[in-house]
Design a protein around this ligand. Structure first.
Ligand SMILES: *[C@@H]1O[C@H](CO)[C@@H](O)[C@H](O)[C@H]1NC(C)=O
Ligand SMILES: *[C@@H]1O[C@H](CO)[C@@H](O)[C@H](O)[C@H]1NC(C)=O
Ligand SMILES: *[C@@H]1O[C@H](CO)[C@@H](O)[C@H](O)[C@H]1NC(C)=O
Ligand SMILES: *[C@@H]1O[C@H](CO)[C@@H](O)[C@H](O)[C@H]1NC(C)=O
Ligand SMILES: *[C@@H]1O[C@H](CO)[C@@H](O)[C@H](O)[C@H]1NC(C)=O
Ligand SMILES: *[C@@H]1O[C@H](CO)[C@@H](O)[C@H](O)[C@H]1NC(C)=O
Ligand SMILES: *[C@@H]1O[C@H](CO)[C@@H](O)[C@H](O)[C@H]1NC(C)=O
Length: 365
């Protein structure tokens, strides 16, 4: 986490830009041979309203996460939190559209990031204390040494107050950033350091919130984030849905060499295992999740209903048994008292040795 921030702090390069907390890689194909990237290879829309995503498709790399009526909820409530989810699938050119509401809070950053294993990156970043602008940004092959990539787009709404559609269209020729179906920025291949720093390798999707204004960050990053983060209350960003379209079809993407060029990427033909997981989730919880929400609600209602009916039946049984028991005990008690009385009378008669029916209290018997 924050490898770029560390790098930036070390090299002292950052003043204006800087990158999300999501920017790191397990294996950099520029220097070594890495596992291939599972492909999406198709289109998919992920709804997060009351829906926890399949963890074989989206990985929670930092928590805590909640899924409610506002969608996926990413909250920074205390220091050290940076809830993030990351797609296990990659796309090689395509579109990513996110319906989201950014978080408030000085020094709090809400972000949508596309990231490749060799650190090509495409960003949307929302600065919590800024209600008028959203930033778009990109990086190629982890090159952070430019000061002109970040652009701040004026908005005619407050991004922390309502949901909007932040979309990127990515091809080998150009990158476009769209807000609510309005084109706000175009980057041509050649404009990114002659194409060398144009994002062009398979990317996954990372959605998250982080404290850009944390004291541990560099001065430049804190300034960029709008000042120090104050951990006084909880700050939340919400994502209702993500629509992803992969312009390539196949099962996986592999770097053919260390050039980081899109021409070097090998696309394996076949069915994407992640797509299969999206269409027909595996495992019990997968089957459960695959059911439509109404079906799940119905099953839960039936289960609760069944339980309640069973509970009522048990309670009714107990009450009846209890009453019956009480009645039986009362009968038994009366019987016992009667028998006792008869026995006592019999004893008294025996003691008197006669047949008198005279009643006398029994003493010390
Ligand atoms: C790749 O290796 C070179 C030296 O061999 C190094 O300078 C560079 O930082 C490495 N790049 C990455 C992205 O790890
Ligand atoms: C994906 O969406 C694009 C439009 O963005 C459409 O042309 C294409 O046919 C769709 N592909 C699949 C597999 O549904
Ligand atoms: C999911 O995230 C966890 C936590 O960062 C990590 O340990 C794990 O390797 C990730 N799994 C995948 C499939 O990326
Ligand atoms: C929001 O960002 C824009 C662009 O950087 C800047 O001009 C404006 O002053 C910022 N607003 C606040 C409140 O920081
Ligand atoms: C990084 O980007 C800068 C600015 O575009 C460029 O001058 C420089 O050559 C790039 N460095 C590498 C290693 O590509
Ligand atoms: C979001 O914006 C993109 C680009 O304009 C568009 O293709 C897509 O249909 C929009 N999504 C929704 C849900 O409106
Ligand atoms: C891909 O899936 C289709 C139908 O789901 C199947 O007919 C086909 O054989 C599969 N292809 C491979 C290479 O597994």
């Amino acid at each position: 986490m924050n490898s770029r921030l560390t790098l930036v702090a070390l090299t002292g390069l950052s003043l204006l830009s800087q990158a999300a907390g999501q920017t790191w890689t397990h294996c950099n194909p520029m220097n070594t041979t890495c596992p291939s990237n599972p492909a999406l290879g198709s289109n998919a829309t992920f709804n997060f309203v009351d829906e926890r995503p399949n963890n074989k498709v989206w990985n929670q790399t930092a928590g805590p996460m909640k899924y409610g009526s506002g969608g996926a909820e990413f909250t920074v409530a205390e220091r050290g939190q940076s809830p993030t989810i990351q797609s296990n699938f990659y796309i090689l050119f395509g579109t990513v559209s996110v319906i989201m509401q950014a978080a408030r809070g000085q020094g709090i950053i809400s972000s949508i990031v596309l990231e490749s294993d060799d650190l090509d990156e495409v960003d949307w970043e929302f600065i919590g204390g800024n209600e008028t602008h959203v930033e778009s940004n990109y990086f190629g092959k982890g090159n952070t040494s430019s000061f002109d990539r970040a652009i701040y787009h004026p908005l005619d709404f407050i991004p922390q107050d309502s949901y909007h559609n932040y979309s990127t269209l990515w091809t080998a020729e150009k990158m476009e950033w769209w807000i609510d179906n309005k084109l706000v920025r175009t980057l041509l291949y050649g404009e990114a350091n002659g194409g060398y720093n144009f994002p062009q390798t398979p990317m996954n999707v990372r959605l998250g919130i982080w404290a850009g204004g944390d004291v541990k960050n560099s001065k430049g990053t804190i300034e960029w984030a709008g000042g120090l983060t104050e951990y006084k209350s909880a700050y939340s960003m919400f994502i209702k849905s993500v629509d992803v379209r992969d312009f390539s079809t196949g099962s996986s993407y592999t770097y053919g060499d260390h050039s980081g060029s899109w021409q070097s990427i090998k696309i394996a033909q076949g069915n994407s295992t992640i797509l299969k997981e999206i269409i027909a989730p595996s495992g019990v919880s997968g089957h459960w999740k695959a059911l439509p929400k109404t079906a799940r609600t119905a099953i839960i209602a039936c289960a609760i209903g069944g339980f309640v009916i069973l509970l009522l039946a048990v309670i009714a049984f107990c009450i009846v048994q209890g009453r019956k028991g009480k009645k039986e005990r009362a009968i038994a008690d009366a019987q016992w008292a009667k028998e006792q009385q008869e026995t006592n009378q019999y004893r008294m008669q025996m003691m008197k040795g006669g047949f008198s029916y005279e009643h006398k209290p029994v003493q010390n018997s």
